[in-house]
Design a protein around this ligand. Sequence first.
Ligand SMILES: [Zn+2]
Length: 215
Amino acid sequence: MAVLTRRLLLGGLLGATALTASGASPRTPLPTFRPHVLACADWGADPPAEAPVLLPRRPKRIIVHHTATDNATDRSLDHARRLALFFQREHVRRGWGDTGQHFTSTRGGVLLEGRHGTLAVLDAGDRMVEGAHCVGQNRESIGIENEGLYTDRLPTAPQWAALVWLCARVCERYGIEPTGIDGHRDHWDGTVCPGDALHAGLPLLRAHVAALLEA
Ligand SMILES: [Zn+2]
């Protein structure tokens, strides 16, 4: 985790204003940005309809999604909880056993565990929970849903920052290169997810994740 405690990345998004306001040198190390990931038990998830399936392997990649829901202006924790519960119940209704994706990132930058058990095995980095977010990739990838519709815009600044951090964390724990961050459409023809704009932003995302890992 050392590489993540000296972060740098989002200087342009989050740190620049603070540095300017304080008159600090641009070379002043930026504060660590380590968002808390709310575990299922923290955000009030229902028990999973089916027990999570633990796979004795590391995922090969990260798959980025958008939820294709409203670009909500409510950035609160309560909103994040309601959103996560909405998706869990919808995905269980579809027969997926639990929330389909491993993680959710809200427009307020709140990170939540999706599928039960994901966080419990992330630290050790040698097992993964089988997902239900991308046909053919559920045993190969970690799925991250980004709240919103990103056909013509990128995620909010806090959401982007949270996504970068989470991707870096997953890459670090599982030994995934930032080049292993793909969009849903890259693995399934039946979707335009994560939207044209976010898909076009994936090279930037990979670059930011690489910068954070190297910081
Ligand atoms: Zn998707």
